[in-house]
Design a binder for this molecule. Structure first.
Ligand SMILES: NC(=O)c1ccc[n+]([C@@H]2O[C@H](COP(=O)([O-])OP(=O)(O)OC[C@H]3O[C@@H](n4cnc5c(N)ncnc54)[C@H](OP(=O)(O)O)[C@@H]3O)[C@@H](O)[C@H]2O)c1
Length: 327
């Protein structure tokens, strides 16, 4: 397969960023965009020099000149949009949080496997060079055995009731939007947890404004995680028996970190973060005929969704449109 032909489903903030950064991947081009409205699709196509604009998700899903679709709706609609595309035979890169709950995620994974279609969560953190460098150091024993992962992702902004990050109809709340990053980060280092404890402050709408999470692991390691609005924080530490690695501001979009050990410290710098790393990885997998990415395996997505479900059940967040909806 020559350059992978991308279709973009939805035209919001992250879709704009994705089409802007995709060219750096070097193995893909955007050939079409699909929106709920033809006018919006045409405006997006004109702005980003995209050859084709579709006024429905179904038309995009059935476009023979599209090899893979990037699903960039609010998470409330990931399952519906992704299922439509898979049923039309399209491989997918689906934004985070992958779905509203584990049942929806399992549904998508089973349809993709049944139809032998590539499927990947757009958890771009897992594709960044700085994160790979950090994982290599940990695997080489640079900090000994990992005993603690501490990661926080908060935004300074406060959100109005109808905002995507607050509205239950759009999968609102800090956990699925921001908390998914610290949960994936802990999973990268420690795998699925054995124990989960969480507390949240909820908006009047019933979604979480901020959530604190403690995860416990078979080997005795602990993860201490936070996500929330009204709190500008993006730090992470990975602490081991012989040292620690610190991400100062920006672990989810890391390009550098510091290794502390033996009373000294060493700075590591990698390529600046960008969404093109995940696009390149999805394109590479498609060209190689893989059905999932070794960098963002579907099991990691399912494990993280299971942890998010466990947290949500403790903090009492329920979405009106979650669960399986086989159409
Ligand atoms: N990887 C990252 O760094 C990152 C950053 C931000 C967001 N995200 C993820 O990307 C997704 C979208 O976030 P965003 O910030 O781009 O949101 P956004 O700016 O609100 O855009 C979402 C787009 O989805 C469509 N949409 C809006 N409401 C909808 C509804 N009720 N039903 C169906 N489609 C609807 C709209 O496109 P049309 O009008 O064209 O249909 C809208 O422009 C979320 O899942 C979020 O977690 C990822």
């Amino acid at each position: 397969m020559s350059a992978v032909r991308w279709g973009i489903l939805a035209t919001g903030g992250i879709a704009t960023r994705f089409v802007t950064e995709l060219p750096q991947a070097g193995n893909g081009v955007v050939t079409a965009v699909g929106s709920r409205s033809r006018d919006t699709a045409e405006a997006f196509a004109a702005k980003h020099d995209i050859p084709k604009a579709h006024g429905s998700w179904a038309d995009l899903a059935n476009d023979p000149e599209v090899d893979i679709i990037y699903v960039a709706t609010p998470h409330s609609h990931h399952h519906e949009a992704a299922l439509l595309c898979l049923r039309s035979g399209k491989p997918l890169l689906v934004e985070k949080a992958f779905t509203l709950d584990l049942a929806q995620a399992q549904d998508l994974v089973s349809v993709a496997r049944e139809r032998q279609l590539f499927l990947m969560e757009a958890m771009w953190t897992r594709t960044l060079p700085a994160i790979h460098k950090m994982l290599d150091l940990v695997a080489d024993g640079a900090i000994g055995d990992v005993t603690l992962v501490d990661a926080s992702f908060g935004l300074a902004a406060r959100f109005e009731a109808d905002h995507r990050l607050r509205n239950p109809l759009l999968g609102g709340g800090a956990l699925l939007d921001l908390g998914v990053y610290p949960v994936h980060f802990a999973h990268l280092l420690l795998g699925p947890p054995r124990f989960t404890r969480a507390w949240a402050h909820l908006y009047p709408e019933g979604t979480d404004e901020r959530t604190g999470i403690v995860l416990g692991y078979e080997d005795g390691a602990v993860a201490s995680l936070y996500c929330g609005a009204g709190s500008d924080v993006r730090s992470a530490s990975v602490v081991g028996t012989k040292g620690r690695i610190e991400f100062d501001y920006g672990f989810h979009n890391a390009s550098s970190f510091t290794l502390h050990r033996d009373g000294g410290k060493e700075e590591f710098t990698a390529a600046p973060s960008s969404l093109h790393f995940q696009a390149a990885e999805a394109g590479r997998c498609l060209q190689a005929g893989l059905l999932e990415s070794p960098m963002v395996p579907l099991q990691s997505t399912l494990d993280v969704m299971a942890t998010l479900d466990a947290i949500r059940s403790q903090i009492g967040v329920v979405y009106p449109n979650m669960g399986r909806e086989i159409k």
